[in-house]
Design a protein around this ligand. Structure first.
Ligand code: ADE
Ligand code: ZN
Length: 329
C-alpha cells in the first residue's frame, strides 16, 4: 500500500537538511569545493553518529553561499515534498547559513526563499512557511543574532522561531533572551528537546522558553508527570520516527514510543527532519507507521488534524488546508 498520495502536513523539516545529496554535489562542483568525504559510494550522505551528522550537515551547508543557491534549494526541497503528498510544510531556516547572521544579507536570502516558495505554491500546490532557527551548539550569543533576524522578518512567511543542534550543549534557559525576543515579535515557538536529552530537558524547554511545540520530545515517554503536563498544556510533539531510528536515538521502529505517546493522549505529528540524511520521506514514514503500529486512514487523519491545529500559519491558510484534507466525496 502506498501512502504517497495522502495529503500531508509536515511541521519539522530542516531546509538545508532536506537538500538532496546530488543537489549539494552539484553546487560543490560549480564552486570547486571538495566535500567528497561526506558522500558514500552510492552518493548518499555518510556519517558515524549524531555529532558527526551535525558536522556532515555543516559541511554540506558550505556549498550554499548565495540567495540564488537557497532559491534553487527551496525549489528542489518543495518538489520532493510534493512527490510525497505534502501540501503544507514548515521548514527550519538558519540565518547562520544564510549570510552568517547579517540582517541585510538575511533579508536577501529570505526574499529568494520566499520567491521560490511562491513559485512552488503555484506550480506544485505546496504551501511553505519558515521557522527561523538558531543552532544550539553555536552558543547563546549567536542565537540572539538569529532571533533578531527572526524578529525583524516575522510576518506572513516567517511564522516561528526554534532551536536545533547539539542538545547536550547548555541549558534551555541560556536561550531565554532569544526566545523572548521572538515571542515579543509575534512568532510561535518550537524547540528540539528530548531527542537526546531526558524528560528534564523537555520540561525545562517548556517552562523556560515557552515552546508550544517540541521537536522530537520522545524521551518524555519516561516520565508520567511530564506526559500529564504536556497534555495539560496542549504541547504538540513533532515526532520524526525515521530520523530517531536512523540516528539511533531509538533502537528499532518497534521500540519507537510514538504509538505509546499517542495512546496516552499526547498530541503527536509526523515529520522527516532531514530526509535524505536518513534515507526517508513522508511516504516511507507513513508506510512504516502502518506496518509497525497498524496506523490506518483514521489514525493518519487524526494526526493530520493535530498538525493542522498546531501549524504556525494564519487562520486563512489553516482553513484552506482544512478543505484540502477533507476526503474526496
Ligand atoms: N539539525 C538538523 N537535524 C537535527 C536533529 N535531528 N536534531 C538536532 N538538530 C538538528
Ligand atoms: Zn530537527
Amino acid at each position: 500500500m502506498s501512502f504517497a498520495k495522502h495529503p500531508k502536513l509536515e511541521l519539522h523539516l530542516h531546509l538545508e537538511g532536506a537538500a538532496p545529496p546530488a543537489f549539494i554535489k552539484g553546487l560543490a562542483a560549480e564552486k570547486k569545493l571538495d566535500i567528497s568525504g561526506i558522500f558514500d559510494a552510492d552518493g548518499n550522505y555518510t556519517y558515524r553518529d549524531f555529532d558527526h551528522f551535525l558536522k556532515t550537515y555543516e559541511a554540506a551547508c558550505t556549498t550554499l553561499q548565495s540567495p540564488e543557491d537557497f532559491r534553487r534549494l527551496t525549489l528542489a526541497v518543495l518538489e520532493e515534498c510534493a512527490k510525497h503528498g505534502v501540501i503544507y510544510v514548515e521548514s527550519f531556516i538558519s540565518p547562520d547559513f544564510c549570510g552568517g547572521g547579517d540582517l541585510t544579507a538575511w533579508r536577501e536570502y529570505l526574499a529568494a526563499i520566499k520567491d521560490a516558495s511562491d513559485e512552488a505554491e503555484q506550480t506544485l500546490g505546496v504551501t511553505h512557511k519558515g521557522i527561523v532557527t538558531c543552532i544550539r551548539h553555536f552558543g547563546a550569543e549567536q542565537a540572539k543574532t538569529a532571533a533578531l533576524c527572526a524578529a525583524e522578518t516575522a510576518g506572513d512567511f516567517i511564522v516561528g522561531f526554534g532551536m536545533g543542534g547539539a542538545e547536550q550543549m547548555n541549558r534551555p534557559v541560556d536561550y531565554k533572551y532569544s526566545f523572548d525576543m521572538a515571542r515579543e515579535a509575534g512568532l510561535h515557538l518550537t524547540c528540539h528537546a528530548g531527542e537526546w536529552g531526558g524528560p528534564d530537558m523537555v520540561r525545562d524547554t517548556i517552562r523556560d522558553l515557552g515552546a508550544v511545540r517540541i521537536g522530537h520530545g520522545i524521551n518524555a515517554i519516561h516520565d508520567a508527570a511530564l506526559l500529564d503536563e504536556i497534555i495539560a498544556k496542549d504541547v504538540v510533539l513533532e515526532v520524526c520516527p525515521g530520523s530517531n531510528v536512523f540516528l539511533q536515538a531509538v533502537k528499532t521502529w518497534d521500540d519507537h514510543p510514538i504509538e505509546k505517546l499517542r495512546q496516552r493522549g499526547v498530541k503527536v505529528t509526523v515529520s522527516t527532519d532531514d530526509p535524505p540524511f536518513f534515507l526517508t520521506d513522508m511516504t516511507q514514514e507513513y508506510e512504516n507507521l502502518h506496518r509497525v503500529f497498524g496506523w490506518d486512514d483514521d489514525t493518519f487523519a487524526q494526526v493530520q488534524q493535530t498538525a493542522l491545529a498546531a501549524a504556525f500559519c494564519d487562520d486563512a491558510t489553516r482553513a484552506t488546508l482544512a478543505k484540502r484534507l477533507e476526503p474526496a466525496t
